[in-house]
Design a protein around this ligand. Structure first.
Ligand SMILES: Nc1ncnc2c1ncn2[C@@H]1O[C@H](COP(=O)(O)OP(=O)(O)OP(=O)(O)O)[C@@H](O)[C@H]1O
Length: 357
């Protein structure tokens, strides 16, 4: 599987290609519980839907429940339903979302926000495949695949006693991790193209996109809100710049990267990225430590090894910044072995604090 799109999910980076394979396997399996972890806006719900849509359960319901958005006292009756007279106001019985998802998939988003009492009730659904509605005594059997998602570190929450350990292990049968967008920057141009096409479909005078310098700057940005933030930016740009191509100066302040501003324009103005242009862009991500026509250049005293060493340091620091210090990811971005990167970091005595840019 090497397509750049799988069930509406865009990604050509190796991690996304691996994710597509995992989704395919999980879909075929059809029953195992899945726990999706990733920062907000990385596409957790999209992945959950894809797992359902490709599974034998696809002709039944995909039922999403956002555990953080529903107040605690309502979440129990939303999930488990209630019998007539269960509480004041329960004038007729209500089917809960777990029962509604029978033979389909239940997507429990923000599972880390679920209160302990409900965690215990959910554990029973996972263990016994049955539950009682609020106010009911008779157990109801269900055949439901549970796909949970969270942006929290559930393992840490277990260690702190804030999440049930037994439930964590029941949920984490197949862990799926979606990396943040800053750790897969090669997906950005593709996502930009995808959202421009999507948003431009219904427009007479659609937004035409970004020029090379704007795109370069977006690639250097940290994307705390991940793909959702990128989608919002393109929506914003489509409104302000319909029928136009946006350059670096037109980007909102926070998306403008000073390194990009100092880089010269690429040799070709074509919107189409050729392999050569991509390589050229990569080399222009960093301004050289010495200007090309300095005194040393004229006198022929350029210290080639020192300059190459500096450039190597800049590349490593840049990769560590955009991966927030994740050395495995940084090595992947740089196409280096992890051990090679670790040796270079040690030799260069680079500090270990990459969280803030
Ligand atoms: N790889 C992707 N390809 C295309 N669209 C994507 C991708 N990842 C995310 N999106 C889009 O970004 C938006 C956010 O995705 P989604 O709601 O699935 O994220 P999430 O991780 O569940 O977020 P949250 O944790 O805040 O609920 C959606 O509009 C989704 O379609």
């Amino acid at each position: 599987m090497s397509s750049d799109m799988f069930c509406g999910i865009i990604g050509r980076s190796p991690v996304m290609q691996q994710l597509f394979k995992l989704i395919d396997k999980l879909a075929q399996d059809g029953s195992s519980t899945v726990l999706i972890q990733g920062e907000s806006g990385t596409g957790k719900e999209l992945v959950a839907k894809a797992i359902h849509q490709y599974s034998p359960r696809s002709s039944y319901h995909f039922v999403p429940v956002n555990c953080a958005a529903i107040p605690d006292d309502l979440l129990e009756s939303e999930l488990f339903g209630y019998t007539k007279g269960a509480f004041t106001g329960a004038v007729s019985p209500k089917v809960g979302r777990i029962e509604y998802a029978h033979r389909g998939s239940l997507f429990l988003d923000e599972i880390g926000d679920m209160k302990p009492m409900l965690q215990a009730k959910l554990l029973r659904v996972l263990q016994e495949r049955q539950f009682e509605p609020v106010g009911g005594l008779k157990p109801i059997a269900v055949d439901v695949r549970i796909i949970a998602a969270t942006h929290c570190d559930l393992e840490q929450m277990v260690a702190e006693g804030r999440f049930r350990e037994d439930l964590y292990y029941r949920l984490n049968v197949v862990p799926v991790s979606i990396p943040p967008l800053r750790a897969r920057v090669e997906d950005i141009p593709l996502l930009v193209k995808h959202f421009i096409e999507l948003l431009g479909k219904s427009k007479k005078n659609p937004f035409l996109g970004f020029d090379q310098s704007a795109l370069r700057s977006l690639t250097n940005y940290s994307w705390r809100g991940n793909v959702r933030e990128l989608e919002n930016l393109i929506q914003h740009m489509s409104i302000l710049h319909s029928g136009a191509t946006v350059g670096y100066p037109d980007l909102p302040d926070k998306y403008r990267d000073p390194l990009t501003a100092s880089a010269p324009s690429p040799p070709s103005a074509s919107q189409q990225q050729t392999a050569n242009e991509t390589r050229w862009e990569q080399s222009q991500l960093f301004s050289p430590t010495s200007p090309p026509v300095s005194e040393e250049w004229v006198k022929g005293e350029v210290d080639f090894n020192a300059l190459v060493n500096d450039f190597e340091t800049q590349l490593i620091v840049h990769a560590l910044k955009i991966t927030q210090g994740n050395k495995k990811e940084a090595a992947r971005l740089l196409n280096l072995k992890r051990t090679t990167l670790l040796e270079k970091i040690k030799k260069k005595e680079l500090t270990d604090n990459w969280a803030e840019e």
